[in-house]
Ligand binder design. Structure first.
Ligand SMILES: [Zn+2]
Length: 362
């Protein structure tokens, strides 16, 4: 079996690639395919990485958010442990066939969510000694160069450990910080492309897919849905789906939210109230959201709210505020690049994140 590699470029809409010089990605597309694919909704990191690595939707794998409210205990929790994962990973499937797999993430909490079954699991945040001895310590976390270190680490693991399958997933600090036309972004993608070329040079027998977990857009307006509801006399809590322990790049403001109402019979009042708000594109009861976006019905509260392209939800100091950030989470960050080549039939090219690993696993 050839070495199979999936690379997930965090927070990368197709414009980041088309506006940068990326000869390796061009060569991959020429040898195989390149298409505009779809991310899973909500367009956040944990949901999409889990969809890639389990080849399923949140209705099956259970990861509906970066953060959630556990109704059985009333506690708000980060979805960062594999205890929340309800299905097997591709690492486990490959392992059963006696094959070896490796996982490389930027953030350690993503590693702990999806590592099950991977014989090798490393993160830039907490790398093991042998990796640091070989390629040096990772740079400070909130830098463009973190992902460059991760690509070098992937190359080192391929050379030293010869896994049959490797999943490399980056962090979106750079795209939260710079738009595609910024020269620092163009430099970043050019460097990543060069390092990807070095990964491909480790063997003549590689199959690869490069994709993203979600896109990224500039946001100018923020709503605090919890404040808006509570001030109107409809008690409830809006859980920001993007919420992350690492808050530097998006301030926990994202384009979708799950609303947990204190009194579920107030659902119509809450929907009527929020429909009046500028910035809200869609609002629906959770059973409808579960059907439409294939979400796990027990983990999405009572209402699912999606923002328009300019708006984000989160905890701010007023009900409504002007902001200037780059973020994701809405339907407008669903478009992602997918390119790759392999030995399998090209007729079944992956069109969405949940199909990427399945395509390589055929
Ligand atoms: Zn992400």
């Amino acid at each position: 079996m050839s070495t199979r590699i999936v690379v997930c470029l965090d927070g990368t809409n197709p414009q980041y690639i088309t506006q940068s010089d990326t000869p390796t990605l061009d060569a991959i597309a020429a040898k195989g395919f390149s298409t505009l694919g779809r991310a899973v909704v909500p367009t956040v990191t944990n949901v999409n990485n889990t969809s890639i690595i389990t080849a399923s939707f949140p209705e099956v794998h259970g990861i509906t958010s970066n953060y959630f409210l556990d109704l059985s205990t009333g506690e708000e929790k980060y979805m960062e442990s594999s205890e929340y994962l309800l299905t097997e990973t591709i690492f486990e499937r490959i392992g059963r066939r006696g094959k070896k797999s490796a996982l490389l993430t930027a953030k350690d909490k993503l590693k702990t969510l999806i590592y099950r079954g991977a014989q090798i699991a490393e993160s830039a945040e907490k790398p093991s000694r042998w990796l640091v001895d070989r390629i040096g310590a990772p740079p400070e976390f909130y830098t463009i160069e973190t992902n460059h270190w991760l690509f070098r680490a992937a190359r080192e693991i391929l050379v030293a450990k010869s896994p049959d399958f490797l999943y490399l997933t980056t962090t979106d600090y750079a795209t939260h910080t710079y738009p595609p036309e910024d020269e620092r972004s163009q430099w970043n993608f050019n460097q990543l492309d060069r390092l990807l070329g070095e990964i491909l040079n480790t063997s003549s027998d590689i199959e690869i897919v490069v994709t993203a977990d979600h896109g990224m857009n500039a946001k100018s307006y923020a709503l605090d849905l919890t404040r808006i509801l509570n001030e109107a006399g409809v008690p409830g809590t809006a859980i920001p789906i993007i919420k992350d322990r690492h808050v530097v790049h998006h301030k926990n403001l994202g384009g979708s939210a799950y609303i947990y109402l204190k009194d579920p019979s107030a659902m119509d009042d809450a929907m009527a109230l929020l429909r009046e708000e500028r910035g809200i594109e869609m609002i629906m009861p959770s059973p409808e959201a579960a059907r439409l976006y294939r979400l796990h019905p027990d983990r999405i509260g009572h209402l699912f709210v999606l923002a328009d392209i300019d708006t984000v939800f989160g905890t701010i100091s007023a009900p409504r505020e002007e902001v200037s950030i780059r973020s994701h989470g809405s339907l407008h960050e669903q478009e992602i690049p997918i390119c790759g080549f392999g030995k399998g039939p090209m007729a079944h090219q992956p069109q969405s994140n949940s199909e990427v690993a399945a395509w390589l696993d055929t």
